[in-house]
Design a protein around this ligand. Sequence first.
Ligand code: GSH
Length: 214
Amino acid sequence: MIELYTYFRSSASYRVRIALNLKKFNYQNHYVNLKEGEQLQADFAKLNPQKLVPVCVMDKKTITQSLAIIEYLDEIYPDNKILPDDAFLKAQARSIAYSIACEIQPFGNVKTLQYLKNNFAASDDQIKAWAADWIKNGFNSLEKQITELFPQTTFCCSNLPTLADICLVPQVYNALRFGIEMHQFPRIMAIYQACNQLSAFQKAAPEVQDDYQV
Ligand SMILES: N[C@@H](CCC(=O)N[C@@H](CS)C(=O)NCC(=O)O)C(=O)O
């Protein structure tokens, strides 16, 4: 049995939920309420000293970091591949995924936004503008990259969803929450809509998680 420590609104957990669904795994959720600071409590910090979700536990092995979890699952269970076999496509899928996971998401993370509030007395509007700006900057680059390299594919870099789409969808979900006008990113939005036609993506959405709160 695979156990997933998750929070409905966590985009990194959302990535792993999509991957688990694409691979057709059953898994058991353990909910970590980030709003209540449960990620900072001693029990959870013992499981993940990084104090972040997601965490995956399988066969008594604990894995942290969403991309490490997804790549591990893909290596040990090769059915329904998440990373393409072709080396160039694999590099492109990782390039898009890393640009989201390394260059966008950390700037909107709970601890980053709390730091701005606690140490610089940033207002809610300033914090919102900060998070939205990093997403817009990242999406400007990604829109160009995907359009130039893969103008015709249904998903980011293939006609099958890959790691790139797994990272893109939760980030678009966040962008919409921050009120970003997504019509400026037509290629990204077309991919987002194509992904959300698939049940693996639908079942991973924040609104259908058991810990969902408005
Ligand atoms: N690079 C990490 C990011 C994990 C991460 O930032 N998780 C967020 C939720 S999306 C979190 O647990 N934040 C808690 C905090 O900032 O205190 C991954 O891909 O797993």
